[in-house]
Design a protein around this ligand. Structure first.
Ligand code: 5GP
Ligand code: ZN
Length: 114
């Protein structure tokens, strides 16, 4: 999608610090990290939000969690633990309209979230 920030990152029109990439999924470092490790994991297909996950496109969600587990292992925070967060819509705090998951680690994360 031409007007989408994360589609532009996928296309390379906007640079990013890539952590993982395959045919279906891209992971890159968040520009404004909220934890020592803050990585954004996205499907390469433009899906607007968690509201738009369907039987036709949901396989990539499993891939995204596979990638989260791989990154946690590769970057060495699997044993200490991590959090995967999806913000959906206005009340959920979503600011970029391309489905994405925040992978946060490297400190004790508070609960409940704000
Ligand atoms: P949301 O608030 O929609 O759940 O998350 C969007 C995330 O994208 C935010 O954490 C924000 O810091 C990150 N972000 C926004 N613009 C850019 C960018 O140009 N590059 C990178 N790497 N991250 C971005
Ligand atoms: Zn997009």
């Amino acid at each position: 999608m031409t007007d989408c920030l994360f589609c532009k990152i996928i296309d390379g029109q906007i640079p990013s610090s890539k952590v993982y990439e395959d045919e279906f999924v891209l992971a890159f470092r968040d520009i404004d990290p909220q934890a020592p490790q803050h990585i954004i994991i996205i499907p390469k297909e433009h899906i607007k939000s968690a509201n738009d996950i369907t039987a036709e496109n949901s396989a990539v969600i499993g891939k995204i969690f596979e990638v989260a587990a791989k990154i946690a292992k590769d970057l060495g925070f699997a044993d200490n633990g991590f959090r995967v967060v999806n913000n959906c819509g206005e009340d959920g705090g979503q600011t970029v309209s391309h489905l994405h998951f925040h992978l946060l680690a490297g400190r004790n994360l508070g609960w409940p979230p704000g």
